[in-house]
Design a protein around this ligand. Structure first.
Ligand code: EPU
Length: 316
């Protein structure tokens, strides 16, 4: 849940005038913080602060915010639930916007269509579908992200990906213009979405189909059991690398004998080779060194160029 923060209560880190100007244009319900730690907002739990962090209360406030960034040429980053994100130790010079306000987290069902706000948790969407006897979205249950992040990454699991189920997406460009696009126009691909590189997702309509409640429940349970068996519980960003065409990255890292390899508090999980876990003491720098080590070994020993799935932002 968000709470309203009065900017006057905060000591502003930089560009005070600009921030005051922004806050003056926003409704009091919109949360704005300066120098906000990001580590706690990511599942990897590393990285430095954002200069400005905001949770808009409405599309209007979001539009005001993106216009502010465009006017001040301030970098903007859209944060989901931080489950596929590595923030560097120096933090992010710019504004981080997160659609976590309840206004962006609605999940509304009409027939077999589910309209979800970008801030809605994938788990909440799967739960609502199950409650309404709608099948096809069970795979979303164990993905620790939001609809917005899920769309941006075309998140997937269990042989499914979210864009297989998307009918349309409501988006905003970085000048504040809003439009609705059919899924086919979104340029979705494996773990990515072309249009969401320069647009923010505001909401999406997902398609499900009527299903037998017990079968839905059973599928969810099977998926979760598979996940618990094969994936670590320690803090991580999920799979670190995209699966290359030749073989799954997790198997490759396993075959290279790298499980358990450490750089400081960062370690390659024993449970799954494509998970880099934080033992609670890792820095972003250590995780980045471990990434380099893996990439280097995969290239030198197997000629495979591993590509990061996790997004990296900020400065060292
Ligand atoms: N494997 C190993 N050793 C390991 C890990 C995996 O030999 O350490 C083998 C497995 O036995 C299996 C194969 O590699 O034969 C693939 O492993 P798994 O079934 O775990 O799937 P994956 O391709 O590694 C993908 C997604 C996951 C998703 C799972 C389950 C990618 C990069 N990863 O993993 O998504 O949860 O399928 O459906 O596409 C994520 O995107 O962050 C993520 C975790």
């Amino acid at each position: 849940m968000t709470s309203h923060t009065n900017i006057a209560d905060l000591s502003l880190a930089r560009d005070d005038e600009a921030v005051r100007d922004l806050v003056a244009r926003l409704s009091p319900e919109t949360l704005v913080r300066v120098n906000e730690p990001l580590a706690k907002r990511t599942t990897l739990r590393v990285g430095g602060p954002a200069d400005i962090y905001t949770e808009p209360w409405s599309e209007k406030d979001l539009k005001t915010t993106v216009e502010f960034c465009a006017r001040h040429r301030m970098p903007i980053f859209v944060l989901g639930r931080g489950s596929n994100l590595l923030v560097k130790d120096g933090g992010f010079r710019g504004l981080v916007v997160c659609l976590a306000h309840p206004a962006f987290c609605r999940v509304d069902v009409a027939g077999s269509e589910i309209r979800c706000g970008a801030g809605a948790r994938l788990k909440a969407v799967a739960a609502e579908a199950k409650r309404r006897g709608l099948a096809g979205l069970e795979f979303l249950d164990g993905i620790p992200g939001s609809i917005g992040g899920g769309l941006r990454m075309n998140a997937g699991a269990m042989g499914e990906a979210i864009f297989n189920r998307v009918r349309s997406v409501r988006l905003m460009d970085f000048e504040g213009r809003v439009e609705e696009r059919a899924a086919a126009e979104m340029k979705a691909r494996y773990r990515g979405c072309g249009l969401l590189k320069d647009h923010l997702a505001l909401a999406a309509v997902l398609d499900a189909q009527p299903g037998e409640p017990q079968a839905i429940e059973r599928r969810m349970r099977e998926f979760n059991e598979k996940r618990w068996r094969s994936q670590p519980a320690a803090p991580s960003a999920g799979c670190m690398f995209k699966n290359p065409p030749a073989l799954p990255a997790g198997r490759l890292i396993d075959e290279l004998g790298l499980k358990g390899t450490r750089v400081g508090g960062a370690m390659i999980s024993f449970e799954h080779g494509n998970f880099l876990v934080n033992d609670g003491t890792a820095t972003a720098g250590e995780i980045l060194k471990l990434i380099d080590l893996v990439k280097n070994r995969a290239w030198v020993e197997r000629g495979i160029d591993l590509e990061l799935e996790v997004q990296v932002i900020g400065e060292s």
